[in-house]
Ligand binder design. Structure first.
Ligand code: SF4
Ligand code: F3S
Ligand code: FES
Length: 254
């Protein structure tokens, strides 16, 4: 019928090291790459480790690299490849490997914890928050994030530079800071927390040179660079070079 045999190359290994293994697998019409990984587990490699949950592009756990490009295994249709093409599946390159396709994503949780939460406006009670639709819409775009961390993995600042992880929160978490900084009800500044300065000085906003690779891989189509990172950069720069703000800072720091 409509099935064919495809060549797959899958990275197998653990913290000690590993390498690519070749497989021939049957592919049926309408399948996604995760179906093939499951077929491999069912037929040839029962101990192949892969992380997945929803198979609907919503849980963000099946992130891996297919032919070197970060993608969701469950949202990548087999029909995007030539039937004769060898399809190579490797674990996310910017993360330490746990086993096979499963990597340690804890860098992201560390960065998430470093960002102070939304500070509620002191003069408003629950149910009294009012926002312009435009501001709501902006947050909503960022809130579509499924935390697949494909953007975190593709960004060149950390992709081959483990040493930068300390000083760089990555696109997903700089986006979170942008969201909070642009939030009209966030009262962080009143508590002495300057999100712009913190993004710049503690979370490496300056490392981002707007290559937009993060935006290109986002499965939710969030315009990370244009709608979060660039505006945050502009706001941070405005603040730094505004002579009154600068003077204010000098005085306050004494
Ligand atoms: Fe994934 Fe997009 Fe969220 Fe990055 S911003 S973690 S690519 S959903
Ligand atoms: Fe990295 Fe995205 Fe900036 S890929 S360099 S965070 S635009
Ligand atoms: Fe949930 Fe792929 S399995 S996003």
């Amino acid at each position: 019928g409509t099935s064919y045999i495809a060549d797959f190359r899958v990275w197998r290994g653990d913290t000690e090291g590993g390498g690519l293994e070749d497989f021939k697998v049957e592919v049926f019409e309408g399948e996604v790459v995760l179906d093939i990984v499951h077929r491999l587990q069912a037929t040839q490699a029962p101990d192949l480790a892969v992380r997945w949950n929803c198979k609907a592009g919503k849980c963000g756990s099946c992130s891996a690299e297919i032919n070197g490009r970060p993608r969701l295994l469950c949202m990548t249709r087999m029909s995007v490849f030539e039937r004769s093409e060898t399809i190579t599946i490797t674990p996310l390159r910017a993360n330490p490997v746990v086993r096979d396709l499963v990597t340690d994503v804890s860098y992201n949780y560390t960065k998430a914890r470093e960002i102070p939460a939304f500070v509620p406006p002191p003069d408003l009670g629950p149910g009294e928050y009012r926002m312009q639709q435009e501001d709501v819409g902006r947050s909503q775009e960022f809130r579509k994030c499924i935390e697949c961390f494909l953007c975190q993995n593709v960004c060149h600042v950390v992709r081959d530079h483990e040493e930068n992880k300390q000083a760089f929160a990555g696109p997903r978490f700089l986006m979170r800071q942008a969201e909070l900084d642009m939030h009209p009800l966030d009262a962080a500044e009143e508590t002495g927390l300057d999100r712009k300065a913190s993004a710049q000085e503690e979370h490496g906003l300056g490392y981002c040179n707007i290559t937009k690779c993060c935006t290109e891989v986002c499965p939710e189509g969030i315009k990370i660079t244009d709608n979060a990172l660039i505006p945050l950069k502009e706001r941070a720069v405005d603040r730094k070079y505004d002579p009154l703000v600068w003077l204010g800072n000098k005085i306050r720091r004494r």
